[in-house]
Design a protein around this ligand. Structure first.
Ligand code: GUN
Ligand code: ZN
Length: 434
């Protein structure tokens, strides 16, 4: 964390409420000429430059980003770091994709050096894309999680991750047991959970690759310390759902499998959730569980169209996940672009302010971190992103016709990518400068 006070002069925008449940005007704050004041890694002020400049102690450094917008750092609520180097693998849908590409790739993470190298590439890529916090899958190897947390701790980032638990229906070289997964996860929790800005997520891959005994072990792990997360996949693909009904014939639904094993909590994040009925949505709401909407992955793997409106009507927490390597981009802007298209195909539409909410405060709320990240409010951590309004010739040309902050955000979401991230800050430190 930095010890000196620094002020950033730029346009500022952040959300304070979910636009699904309030008037748009009440959902966000915008300062066309804003000042963000940071001290000791925390935001102390965010507001109009004109009124705040006079209050700054003499000699405070002021960094100008004149043709830019500062937003809270993006929050990626579902991603696999071991799949970084298999992104964009051709031709399959979920179950074959797992068998043909994912499992062989994940096997490489038994080697700690390989894991460390990929963790570095992965974190560089997140920061290049303005993402400051992510909920991250490791592999079944505890070494993969050690490598990830070591690198994230070194960079003083706020990250959540966990070891995959998988004791059936996967190659022998990639399976653990209910007992070994419990012991290995427990050791990782003791080593990493709540160390600096890190937290641990208990991570059964998905219902088909865990026995009921392993799902029980996951629930027991959640009781070992306060603040532990549950991170898994849910109802992503039709064949997967049919397989779950075969494997768990007693359960009413896919979600019910997790529910029966006490895995629905306020800190449970389920990736995808495309094939859910009203009862499932009610359970998600009632238990305070969250869904990671992963549009690029859902389109790339041909999984289906996530129904955001249905989740909103049930007041289910939703964040955005890139789901790399099933997802095709680390860029939250590109992911929001696909999210917009997914809703368009269902006669819905995501307002740009709602997109900003989903990528920042919505994700922070899903992770129960909204007192620390997701806004530019005083007292929160200075994790923020500087979006360049002229990062490509086309964006620059289109921005000339953008008449409002919502229009500017929309253009960035439809046309922007890593090139639009001018700088990324974490805990008040610049962790990426384009
Ligand atoms: N379901 C189980 N494992 C995975 C995975 O690695 N990626 C995705 N997208 N879905 C899964
Ligand atoms: Zn995934």
């Amino acid at each position: 964390m930095t010890n000196t006070m620094t002020a950033y002069r730029s346009a500022l925008v952040h959300t304070l409420n979910n636009p699904a449940h309030c008037k748009i005007e009440d959902a966000y704050e915008y300062y066309a000429d804003g000042l963000l004041v940071v001290e000791n890694g925390l935001i102390t002020h965010a507001g109009d430059a004109e009124s705040l400049l006079g209050e700054l102690p003499v000699g405070t450094e002021i960094i100008h980003y004149p043709d830019a917008i500062i937003t809270p750092g993006f929050v990626d609520t579902h991603i696999h770091y071991p799949q970084t180097e298999m992104i964009a693998s051709y031709g399959e849908q979920l179950l074959d994709w797992l068998e043909n590409y994912t499992f062989p790739t994940e096997n490489l993470f038994k080697d700690p050096e390989h894991a460390s190298r990929v963790a570095r590439v992965f974190l560089d890529e997140l920061l290049r894309n303005g993402t400051t916090t992510a909920l991250v899958f490791g592999t079944v190897h505890p070494e993969s999680v050690d490598a990830f947390f070591t690198e994230a701790q070194h960079r003083q980032l706020r990250m959540i991750a966990g070891k995959v638990m998988m004791d059936r229906h996967a190659p022998d070289y990639l399976t653990d047991t209910a007992i070994s997964s419990f012991e290995e996860s427990k050791a990782l929790i003791e080593k990493w959970h709540n160390k600096d800005r890190l937290a641990y997520a208990v991570t059964p891959r998905f219902a088909p690759t865990s026995t009921p005994e392993q799902l029980d072990a996951a629930a027991k792990l959640l009781t070992l310390a306060p603040g532990l997360y549950l991170h898994t996949h849910l109802a992503e693909n039709k064949k997967e759902c049919a397989w779950v009904s075969e494997l768990f014939p007693e359960n009413r639904s896919y979600l019910d499998v997790y529910d029966q094993h006490q895995l629905l909590t306020e800190r449970s994040i389920f990736a995808h959730g495309i094939y859910l009925d009203d009862d499932d949505c009610c359970r998600l709401h009632k238990t305070g569980s969250s869904i990671a909407f992963c549009p690029t992955s859902n389109l790339f793997l041909g999984s289906g169209l996530f129904n955001l409106q249905k989740m909103e009507s049930h007041k289910v927490n939703v964040g955005i996940g890139t789901d790399v390597g099933g997802g095709t981009s680390f860029s939250m802007l590109q992911t929001l672009q696909e999210a917009y298209k997914v809703t368009q195909l269902q006669q819905q539409r995501i307002d740009p302010i709602k997109s900003l909410y989903l990528a920042t405060l919505g994700g922070a709320k899903a992770l129960r971190l909204d007192d620390k990240i997701g806004t530019l409010l005083p007292g929160t951590e200075a994790d923020f992103t500087v979006l360049d309004l002229a990062s490509t010739p086309l964006i620059k040309a289109r921005m000339a016709n953008a008449s409002s902050i919502t229009d500017q955000l929309f253009v960035l979401m439809m046309l922007g990518d890593d090139r639009s991230i001018q700088a990324t800050y974490s805990g008040g430190r610049c962790v990426h400068q384009r």
